[in-house]
Design a protein around this ligand. Structure first.
Ligand SMILES: NC(=O)c1ccc[n+]([C@@H]2O[C@H](COP(=O)([O-])OP(=O)(O)OC[C@H]3O[C@@H](n4cnc5c(N)ncnc54)[C@H](OP(=O)(O)O)[C@@H]3O)[C@@H](O)[C@H]2O)c1
Length: 438
């Protein structure tokens, strides 16, 4: 990594790394680089589980340790950089570091989304900083812009593709007609997806990240359990074909928006018009769209993962923490909690819906479905009759509705599912609205 960090002749600021994996190794390399050293940062210790594992970086002898207590208690360590991941013991070590008056930098979305409020308070009580730019969007600067540059704005909405694994899978499905299972296996082979892909494909990772962004953008404490979450397992290759006929592609979106009466935060697959920029964010790239009342729409796109992009965000935080340690400036604080902005239930959401059904191929079925929708005040905008199976006497039907309330749509789906001539409601995907159709 080439960099021109601020040079200094002051006493070094000691850094202790918790974790020396993909990101930790890139951060260590940056700290050990000539620029890292000239900037007055000194890597004192790096905690690992298994010191015999091969590493992407060579550390000075005696730096690697398996003893968290010695690192956390060391008077040489001024900044603790947590890059282990997972909730525990990362949470315990961050808590101990802050309590001991050490500045903390972390990339841990799970810990910050679940415990950020308490940790921010603990940092403030101890007069130290807590920073987590790399916890959302890897190398994309989004936390600090929300905390600092955009502070004069009321943020109206955020909409993001913040999980590279699912975006890779959906891009493969859209481009090549791959099934979900094949695209997932491909992502696993390339190292984009874990052996257990649950956190990504079921939307947990995106939920953690949008919880962090929503807290900073809107001043609302967002419990991760309170966020509507739906992953991409139900998305089938034919959904991309049908969506394309209607002028859309499918993305896993994480969104938070001020609506009448509160803030709605949600993670789910969505039909996105093929002609909006978000439809063209492909593969493992991430993007966050933010809209401020003064600045209008903003677009933050880049590499949401990977050793060096993530180390870029971590090192930015470390250099800021070193400045604070040296008594030069502060890191920006999170907005105050806004008591007048309650979290809304997903039942309040309004959008158009794409419904894919398998039905008996006989007259009158569509009228029954239209009746069930009509009872819930939902009207049909388009109907596509797609693949027929003459042997089974069934057909696949795709319905696009006009805007409807989520609660009504869910009730309508239950009724449609119970109709004798409907085999199954195979998928229901929300259609994301854009200013032109809002
Ligand atoms: N990878 C990315 O592209 C990326 C992007 C954005 C954010 N992040 C976040 O950055 C953090 C690190 O991710 P990563 O990909 O670098 O993880 P990783 O490659 O799995 O590395 C984790 C490191 O932590 C050490 N570790 C884990 N549990 C430990 C324990 N109980 N005691 C001591 N050491 C322990 C491991 O030691 P051993 O090496 O001995 O096993 C390893 O060195 C995570 O919070 C992740 O969500 C990663």
């Amino acid at each position: 990594m080439n960099a021109t960090y601020e040079r200094t002749n002051e006493a070094p600021v000691g850094v202790g790394l918790l974790g020396l994996g993909v990101v930790g190794s890139a951060v260590a390399a940056s700290l050990l680089s000539a620029d890292g050293q000239r900037s007055g940062l000194r890597l004192c210790a790096a905690l690992v589980r298994d010191p015999s594992r091969p590493r992407a970086v060579e550390l000075p002898s005696g730096t690697m340790t398996t003893d968290p207590d010695s690192l956390l208690a060391s008077p040489d360590v001024d900044i603790v950089v947590e890059l282990m991941g997972g909730e525990e013991p990362a949470l315990e070590y961050i808590t101990r570091a802050l309590s001991a008056g050490k500045h903390v930098v972390t990339a841990n979305k799970e810990v910050i989304s679940k415990h950020g409020e308490r940790l921010r308070n603990l940092a403030s009580e101890n007069g130290v900083s807590l920073q987590y730019e790399a916890s959302v969007g890897g190398g994309i600067p989004i936390i600090n812009p929300l905390l600092d540059d955009l502070i004069a704005n009321q943020i109206l909405g955020l909409r993001a593709i913040i999980n590279g694994t699912t975006n890779y899978i959906l891009t493969q499905m859209a481009a090549g007609g791959a099934s979900f299972e094949d695209a997932l296996a491909d992502a696993q082979r390339l190292g984009y997806a874990e052996a257990d892909p649950t956190a990504d494909v079921d939307g947990f990772d995106a939920v953690y990240k949008i919880a962090i962004l929503a807290r900073l953008a809107f001043g609302v404490s967002v419990p991760v359990e309170g966020i509507y979450r739906e992953g991409i397992r139900r998305t089938a290759s034919q959904d991309f074909r049908y969506a394309e006929e209607l002028g859309y592609t499918i993305k896993l979106l994480a969104a938070a928006r001020r609506e009448d009466g509160g803030l709605l935060v949600r993670v789910h697959p969505a039909l996105v018009p093929t002609d909006v920029p978000m439809a063209k964010v492909e593969g493992v790239l991430n993007v966050v769209e933010a809209e401020g009342d003064l600045v209008g729409p903003l677009w933050f796109q880049g590499r949401g993962a990977g050793a060096e992009p993530t180390a870029s965000a971590v090192m930015g935080d470390v250099l800021r923490a070193a400045s604070v340690f040296r008594g030069r400036g502060n890191v920006p604080r999170a907005r105050q909690i806004d008591p007048d902005l309650p979290l809304l239930d997903m039942a309040e959401h309004q959008c158009r819906y794409y419904v894919r059904l398998t039905v008996r191929d006989q007259p009158g079925v569509l009228a029954l479905i239209a009746g069930a929708l009509g009872d819930m005040e939902i009207s049909i905008a388009h109907v596509l009759q797609m693949d027929d199976d003459p042997e089974l006497g069934s057909a696949e039907l795709v319905i696009m509705t006009h805007p409807a309330r989520e609660a009504n749509m869910q009730r309508a789906v239950e009724r449609i599912d119970a109709l004798g001539d409907v085999d199954t409601v195979a998928n229901l995907i929300r259609v994301e609205s854009y200013p032109s159709d809002r």
